[in-house]
Design a protein around this ligand. Structure first.
Ligand SMILES: Nc1ncnc2c1ncn2[C@@H]1O[C@H](COP(=O)(O)OP(=O)(O)O)[C@@H](O)[C@H]1O
Ligand SMILES: Nc1ccn([C@H]2C[C@H](O)[C@@H](COP(=O)(O)OP(=O)(O)O)O2)c(=O)n1
Length: 297
């Protein structure tokens, strides 16, 4: 494992330095081998909420790989580049290589004013693009509509996968900015997305594939959109379901790195589980795996 990781590091160092010459400064001493937990699954299956809770309880870092695709989509739209245009594809991959994407999770956010103070708030993940807080902007319907074009661009994927691996391996120093910060006390990293177990971290210590039927996932996304919207009546359940099914199709059928359960991933159907039950189950699986591998968490 150590050997594989150091080979991976050498590869990353050489190819990243070619592509992103002026952006990344390596941490010469990636401090330790972190336990790698990969969570994949379709939209609204519960990946990120579960991953954040698990990261908080296990003292792991969390990286939302989907947020990186969302940030590149936003960067492209802000420059009037079209995610589906072949003419713009190389400009967009260049943008992916040169954009500073900083993802930061606040594990103990103060309670939100209108919630009961006895109920702790869930960890919050903030996303910055070239220094701008884009946490909310990257979740807009406009970004969600355009993201499949970005996610199927092979050069964008190559650049983002390298950034994701660099993070998981503890290489995180960027000039003037940071991809993320691995705390000295971190014992591992949890990354969620579509291809984390199959492509980004094929040697992850534990892989989970989270799923639930489309209708159940659409209900969750609908409630989430209603909560964050000022005009709830504008949110139409059938449209949410239709968009989610369309994105599922794009994710599962994409030629490069399609959404797929890795052969060695554990399937977790969350249809009858609460968020906390999902997190408890995943933590239990991590602790079991760490014990099997003699890893001290
Ligand atoms: N088991 C569950 N039961 C009910 N709601 C859930 C469950 N898992 C997640 N959710 C809610 O569904 C929405 C999408 O979850 P999220 O974790 O963001 O999914 P993903 O990262 O897979 O897209 C969130 O509002 C979350 O609180
Ligand atoms: N590892 C990843 C993560 C996300 N993507 C793409 C495909 C997804 O539809 C979009 C958005 O991902 P995100 O996890 O933010 O989406 P949801 O929260 O599940 O709606 O990004 C990807 O191609 N590879």
């Amino acid at each position: 494992m150590t050997f594989i990781k150091s080979v991976q590091l050498t590869f990353i160092a050489s190819s990243l330095s070619k592509q992103c010459k002026n952006i990344i400064k390596f941490n010469k001493n990636p401090s330790k081998n972190l336990f790698q937990l990969a969570i994949d699954g379709p939209a609204a299956s519960g990946k990120s909420s579960t991953a954040r809770i698990a990261a908080q309880r296990l003292k792991f870092e969390y990286i939302d790989s989907g947020a990186m695709y969302r940030a590149v989509t936003l960067a492209a739209l802000r420059q009037n580049l079209s995610p589906l245009s072949l003419d713009d594809a190389s400009k967009i991959s260049q943008l992916a290589a040169t954009s500073h994407i900083f993802i930061h999770t606040i594990f103990n956010p103060p309670p939100i004013a209108h919630t009961s103070s006895s109920k702790p708030s869930l960890p919050q993940t903030l996303v910055y693009l070239n220094g701008d807080d884009v946490t909310h902007d990257i979740r807009s319907p406009e970004i969600t509509k355009n993201i499949s074009g970005i996610a199927s661009n092979p050069d964008v994927r190559r650049v983002l996968v390298e950034k994701q691996r660099a993070f998981a391996n503890g290489i995180y120093d960027y000039e003037g900015d940071k991809l993320n910060t691995i705390r000295k006390s971190s014992k591992g990293v949890v990354m969620d997305g579509r291809d984390v177990g199959t492509v980004v971290l094929p040697n992850a210590d534990l892989k989970i594939f989270v799923t639930a039927p489309a209708r159940i996932r659409a209900i969750r996304r609908f409630k989430e959109l209603q909560q964050s919207s000022t005009n709830k009546s504008l949110i139409d359940f059938n449209k949410v379901l239709e968009d989610l099914e369309k994105r599922d199709k794009n994710d599962y059928e994409r030629k490069i790195s399609p959404l797929k359960k890795a052969d060695d991933a554990i399937l977790l159907d969350t249809r009858d589980m609460s968020v906390m039950e999902q997190a408890d189950k995943i933590i239990e699986l991590v602790l079991e795996r760490a014990k099997e591998k003699n890893i001290d968490l």
